[in-house]
Design a protein around this ligand. Structure first.
Ligand code: LLP
Length: 428
C-alpha cells in the first residue's frame, strides 16, 4: 500500500490526524459532529499565493472572492482583511458581504434571473451590477442610471468539473452573446452610464489552462469590438472564477505560476494590441481560496454489512455535504485515529438521510473502522456548509475556525428550535 503524504494543514501525528496543528478527534470530542473545521491560516495562504502570482505580473489586480463557496462571516472578514473584493450572486450574499464589512464599492453583483426589487436594492446600496440579460439592463435603467455597468459575456467556451457547473458555451443560460453584448453597451451608453466593466465566468472546478485561455481571447476580442465601435473604455475586465483544486490524488493540480503567467501575459498583450487602456484585471475565485482550508468531521454510527455491500454509516449526509450526491464528486476520507492502518476493505460511506442516494463515498478503500471512530472528509471548505440544508429536519452542523492554533466556534450547531424559526401554524 502506498501511503499518501498529507499536505498542510493536514498532519499525521503517529497515526492520528491533526488539522492546522490540532487533533481532529479532540475537536470532535469538544464540539461534537458533524463539524466543519476551518483553517484561517490556510485561507490567508491561498489568497496570498494567488494574489502574489498575479500582482508580480500585472499590478492593477483585484481578487473578488466568490462567496457562494462559503459565506461564514469570519471567512468573509478574513478575506476582506487580506484585501479581497467580493463577488455576490444574490442580494443575500450582498447582505452578508456588507455585514462583514465590505464596502459597497468593493462588491460586484453577478446574478441571473434577477427581480426588480433586487435591482432596486442594488441601486440603492450602490453595488455595481454585472448584467446577465438585456431585460435586466432595461429594468435596471428604468429604476435609475447607475454610474457603472458591467456585462457578463458568454465567450461561447465553457468548462467545469460537471455539466451542472459549466457556465458558458452553447447550452448555458448565462451571459450575453456577442451581438447582444454590443446592444447592451449601446443601451447603457445612451442612458449616460459613465463607467464600464466586462465580465465572463466559464465554469467551476477547471484544472486545465486551455479553455480559460480560449475564453480570455474571445472575451478580449469582444471588448475590442465594444471599444472600437462604441468608444467605451473599460475600468475593469473580469475573467471570472473557476480555478480548480485537486480532490483526488490523481487529479492534476492547477499550476498557479503557469496559469497566472499564461493568462496574465495573454491579457497584457491583448490589452496593449487592442488599445484597451489600463483596466483592472479581476478574477473571482471561490473554491480556490477556501476549499482545502476546511475538513468536515463526522462520527461512525454503525458499520453495516449486507450480502452485497459494506456500509459505514456516519452522522453526516447530503444534508451536510451535498457534492458527492449532486455531482458524484470525490472527497477523500481519512479515519482520524487510523492513518497508519492498512486499507483492508471497500466500503460505501453513507449518511442518515432516508434516501439511497445519501452517499458520501462509494467503493472506498478504508481501514476497518468501529462505531465511534471519527472520519475527516477533506476539501470541504467550498460548497460544503453553503449548500447544506435541513432536509429530514436535521439541524445544520457547527463550524469551528482555527485561529492562531486555537479553536473558535464560529457557527453554533443548530438546535430543534431552529427548525421552527420561520414556520407559522395555520389556525384551525
Ligand atoms: N463567479 C461566478 C459568477 C460564479 O457563478 C462562480 C461559481 C464563481 C465566480 C466561483 O467559481 P469557483 O472559483 O468557486 O469555481 N456547487 C458547485 C460549484 C458551483 C459554482 C457556481 N458558480 C460545486 O460544489 O462544485
Amino acid at each position: 500500500m502506498v501511503k499518501r503524504k498529507l499536505c498542510e494543514p493536514l498532519e499525521d501525528h503517529k497515526g492520528n490526524l491533526y488539522f492546522d496543528g490540532l487533533s481532529v478527534e479532540d475537536l470532535a470530542k469538544k464540539y461534537d459532529t458533524p463539524l466543519y473545521v476551518i483553517s484561517e491560516k490556510r485561507i490567508r495562504e491561498n489568497y496570498n499565493r494567488l494574489y502574489n502570482a498575479i500582482v508580480s505580473k500585472y499590478k492593477d489586480v483585484r481578487i473578488y472572492y466568490a462567496c457562494k463557496a462559503n459565506t461564514n462571516l469570519t471567512v468573509l472578514k478574513i478575506l476582506k482583511s487580506e484585501g479581497a473584493y467580493l463577488d455576490a450572486v444574490s442580494t443575500g450574499e450582498v447582505f452578508m458581504g456588507l455585514n462583514s464589512g465590505f464596502s459597497p464599492e468593493n462588491i460586484l453583483f453577478t446574478g441571473t434571473s434577477v427581480r426588480n426589487d433586487e435591482l432596486k436594492f442594488l441601486i440603492d446600496t450602490g453595488i455595481t451590477v454585472n448584467i446577465d440579460s438585456q431585460s435586466e439592463l432595461d429594468r435596471l435603467l428604468k429604476i435609475s442610471v447607475p454610474p457603472t455597468i458591467s456585462v457578463r459575456v458568454n465567450p461561447e467556451i465553457g468548462a467545469g468539473h460537471h455539466e451542472h457547473c459549466v457556465t458558458a458555451g452553447l447550452q448555458t443560460k448565462f451571459g450575453l452573446w456577442e451581438n447582444e453584448v454590443l446592444k447592451a453597451y449601446t443601451t447603457a451608453k445612451k442612458a449616460r452610464v459613465e463607467r464600464f466593466g466586462i465580465h465572463m465566468h466559464i465554469g467551476s472546478g477547471i484544472l486545465e489552462i486551455e479553455p480559460y485561455i480560449q475564453a480570455v481571447e474571445k472575451l478580449l476580442s469582444i471588448a475590442k469590438r465594444v471599444h472600437d465601435e462604441l468608444g467605451i473604455v473599460f475600468d475593469f475586465i473580469d475573467l471570472g472564477g473557476g480555478l480548480g483544486v485537486p480532490y483526488q490524488s490523481n487529479d492534476t493540480e492547477l499550476n498557479i505560476p503557469d496559469f497566472t503567467s499564461q493568462v496574465v501575459s495573454l491579457f497584457k498583450s491583448k490589452v496593449k494590441e487592442y488599445h484597451l487602456g489600463k483596466p483592472f484585471l479581476c478574477i473571482e475565485p471561490g473554491r480556490y481560496l477556501v476549499c482545502d482550508a476546511s475538513v468536515l468531521l463526522t462520527t461512525v454510527n454503525t458499520v453495516k454489512v449486507t450480502p452485497y455491500r459494506k456500509f459505514i454509516c456516519v452522522d453526516s449526509g447530503f444534508n451536510t455535504l451535498i457534492r458527492p450526491a449532486m455531482y458524484g464528486s470525490y472527497h477523500e476520507i481519512l479515519v482520524a485515529n487510523k492513518l497508519s492502518r492498512k486499507k483492508t476493505e471497500t466500503f460505501d460511506v453513507v449518511g442518515p438521510i432516508c434516501e439511497t442516494g445519501d452517499v458520501l463515498a462509494k467503493n472506498r478503500e478504508l481501514p476497518l473502522v468501529v462505531e465511534g471512530d471519527v472520519l475527516a472528509i477533506l476539501n470541504a471548505g467550498a460548497y460544503g456548509f453553503s449548500m447544506s440544508s435541513q432536509y429530514n429536519s436535521r439541524p445544520r452542523a457547527a463550524e469551528v475556525m482555527i485561529r492562531q492554533g486555537k479553536p473558535v466556534l464560529v457557527r453554533e450547531r443548530e438546535q430543534f428550535q431552529d427548525l421552527l424559526t420561520s414556520q407559522r401554524v395555520a389556525q384551525q
